[in-house]
Design a protein around this ligand. Structure first.
Ligand code: NAD
Length: 478
């Protein structure tokens, strides 16, 4: 079995306690990795290496151009490993191989993009008449603690690593315990690119141990976290002892709202993509479809037909559209929601069970529940799998009420050809990000994040740089 270790101060290391945990292959649920289980002592060693790189090393003192050159080399080193990263991710997470390839490409793009951001970003200057010149100096905030989830792990790790490094912060990355494999390529990538020693550190481990130790460490002034809203609450409580800066990308239950005047074929494409791609394990999944009553039955029937055609299978097979869910515990949780939906009286119109040709592993057919009402748990709770609920509405007001009727507010998708209505709804729906007549495609400069229980703060473009820098203002009399 392959063994994974921490990477601390430029060296691979086992856990100080000698403890390990195993990660499972989602297609068989057999252990396929033995991973160092980090604890407080490992986190402490990683933070001290990063802290030394911050106080004594060149990285925070380099110009944006110099750091950008290293970031571009990191992007190139990722690009030459595209296929390898995709294969590891596919094996470790059950993501279909074609989709894993797209995520690997995006990871390289994250580094190129933040190299561009840091070289083109200016700092603000305010002239107060003839009396004063006020200018802003941005400084890297210190050691950044990066805690990431198991869905599209490599892409999401790089989405934090790239801006933190661009801003001049040394980092300690704690990847999710269910998907540690692709992160194990990062040490070599960073070394090849010439990142100074101690700037990148990696500690594997269980969230409640390694993650919690990182959050509790006094020399880590900023935590960027992506994961469940409940974990976000725990982290916020634990980080309060040191009043840390927190950036939190949390859960979602995003609505896709379809009006009768919409292009229904395109809206169907978006609905299928939104909840069945990436195995439905996507934070911005359009997991609640709200459809105007006049086209409701037609839409439900067509969505059910489309869902039945989604090819579930071996993640390694390029024809597969829906692979294996990450872990047997998660699979059980998703299956429990399928049982809950039926028990609550929702109408199962597609999927709902394991495909016959896949007797083992965490496979579930694309699942559609119709006639879902806002009181049902499958309407309210994040399932994080290939399960969508469909609910009818009669008026624009009701559509807005339903869209806003959960604790989450990450994304929303609107399908209508009435432009004025689209703008009205865009203002009324409680979501950090909203797409009109389009799906989840975005420019990386835009603010990414959620409202309500879906997040705190924004990442993306200069918003990410804000997370990892302190802005000092200098007032000069002129
Ligand atoms: P999770 O909250 O269980 O775990 C995320 C990370 O936090 C893991 O590395 C875990 O080890 C760590 N962790 C767990 N407990 C901790 C603690 N007490 N202290 C510190 N760290 C701890 O989330 P998950 O199940 O890995 O990921 C799925 C969730 O992530 C979903 O809710 C999804 O919506 C969300 N997500 C959000 C975004 C976004 O951008 N908003 C993106 C991807 C995923």
């Amino acid at each position: 079995m392959k063994r994974l270790e921490h990477y601390i101060g430029g060296r691979h290391a086992p856990s100080r306690s000698g403890e390990t945990f195993t990660a499972l292959d989602p297609t068989t649920n057999e252990p396929h990795l033995e991973v160092a289980a980090g604890g407080a002592a490992d986190v402490d060693a990683a933070v001290s290496a990063a802290h030394k790189a911050f106080t004594d090393g060149p990285w925070p003192r380099m110009t944006g151009d110099q750091r950008a050159a290293v970031l571009r080399r990191i992007a190139a080193a990722i690009e030459v490993r595209d296929d390898e990263i995709a294969a590891l991710e596919c094996r470790d997470t059950g993501l279909p191989i074609t989709q894993a390839k797209g995520q690997a490409k995006r990871a390289a793009h994250n580094f190129r993009f933040f190299a561009d951001v840091i070289t083109t970003m200016g700092e603000d200057v305010y002239r107060v008449g003839d009396a004063q010149l006020n200018y802003v100096v941005r400084k890297p905030v210190g050691v950044a603690g990066l805690i990431t989830p198991w869905n599209t792990p490599f892409m999401l790790e790089t989405w934090k690593l790239a801006p933190a490094l661009a801003a001049g912060c040394p980092v300690v990355l704690k990847p999710a315990e269910w998907s540690p494999l692709s992160a194990s390529l990062l040490p070599q990538i960073m070394e090849e690119a010439g990142l100074p020693e101690g700037v990148f550190n990696l500690v594997h481990g269980i969230g409640e141990d390694a993650g919690a130790a990182l959050v509790a460490h006094p020399d880590v002034p900023v935590i960027s976290f992506t994961g469940e809203s409940g974990t976000g609450q725990t982290i916020m409580r634990n980080a309060s002892a040191h009043l840390k800066t927190l950036s939190m990308e949390l859960g979602g239950k995003s609505p896709l709202v379809v009006f009768e005047d919409a292009d229904l074929e395109r809206a169907l494409d978006a609905a299928v993509f939104g909840v069945f791609s990436l195995n439905g394990e996507r934070c911005t999944a359009s997991s609640r479809v709200l459809v105007q009553d006049t086209v409701y039955e037609e839409f439900v029937n067509r969505l059910a037909e489309r869902a039945a055609r989604v090819r579930v299978g071996d993640p390694d097979d390029p024809a597969t559209e829906l692979g294996a869910l990450i872990h047997p515990e998660h699979y059980e949780r998703v299956m429990e929601y399928v049982r809950i939906g039926s028990a609550e009286g929702a109408r199962l119109v597609a999927g709902g069970s394991r495909p016959e040709h896949l007797p083992s592993g965490n496979f579930l057919s694309a699942t559609v529940f119709a006639d879902v009402t806002p009181g049902m748990r499958i309407f309210q709770e994040e399932i994080f799998g290939p399960v969508v609920s469909v609910t009818p509405f009669t008026s624009e007001t009701e559509a807005i009420e339903l869209a806003n009727a959960t604790r989450y507010g990450l994304a929303a998708y609107l399908w209508t050809n009435d432009l004025r209505r689209a703008h009205r709804l865009a203002r009324s729906i409680e979501a950090g990000m909203l797409w009109v007549n389009s799906q989840n495609v975005r420019d990386l400069r835009t603010p990414f994040g959620g409202v309500k229980a879906s997040g705190v703060g924004r990442e993306g473009g200069r918003h990410s740089i804000d997370v990892y820098t302190e802005s000092h203002i200098v007032h000069v009399a002129t």
